[in-house]
Design a protein around this ligand. Sequence first.
Ligand SMILES: [Zn+2]
Length: 344
Amino acid sequence: MTHISSKLALAIGLAFAGWQTTVLAQSSSATLFDGYVAAGLPQAFALPRPADDERGEGIDQVVIEEKLDTDVVFPDGSHAMTYVGTSNGIEATFTRIGDDLSVSVSDERLEPTVSTGRIRRSAAPEMNDAITLPPSASKRAFSLTAEPQTQAPRELQFWIFLHDQSGETNYAKFHNWYIAWWIRDMEHAVKPGIPVKVIIKDHIPGVTDFDYHQAVTSDRSLVKFGNIADRYLDSAGATPSQITKTMLFVNDVAANWGDYTYGVALQNNTVAMASGTGPRHIVAHEFGHTLGAAHRYAEDRFPCVTNMMGFITPRYSCRIYTGANDLEIRRHVKEALEAIERER
Ligand SMILES: [Zn+2]
């Protein structure tokens, strides 16, 4: 598909190069983008890079193939629209939020998952970021809430709470860095069987100022935050359930997480934490644990690693799970839905 698309992009790009230069001069890349996709997909056209593009100035030949279904809602109420296609023949995701367009291309071989300065190559400890609660504690949160989880919509919801000190203020960049490629993979490969929704929140007193450094152990910290997040969901009219996942997204890692650990999660449960100092797949990784995905099914596909691989290797993120982890996630969602159904 990629090969056909890039040829198409080139052909159409060349054909329209003449008149397009005048169009480019008049409109921002976001306005131009909107104009093309409004005419129906797929579309191939020349797109000037957004002003703050990491690759610097330039014009890309892009093909926009598809708009993703996943709804992503940002704290200001704006919805990110995510498109997939190619840029100069390379797979890319395109994010539109408000007035911003952000483009992310797949080829990032020069970008290791974690800066090599942080890594002691000789030490390769087993990461212990996935915590399994004892069965007596595993029903943690749902009994605390007013609404029974049977009221939960048949929708896989991911609530990401940006910690007050997370430093994340550019929604389009956050979306492109952590979310866009992940929801693409959720739709294209994982296929959980129900719609996916991502809700991002910030500046909520009592939630996004949570002191995640305080607890002695990460399991206590996770349980405590999980309960806080679920109470917030209740107050916001959402229903905590086994298919409603919550995450505290922070900057600094906590000492209680352990060494070489950029996030923590309760395995097969609902709550996770992730640090922006971690690799690009940290959000997909920690949410992956809550969905039943595991390190043992991850793969080192040099020069990249799949989502559930540890973070100590200086590889870039493949930005996919493995087929085996896709299966685990599908199984988790199916079992969670059956459990909700049984309670009805
Ligand atoms: Zn892990």
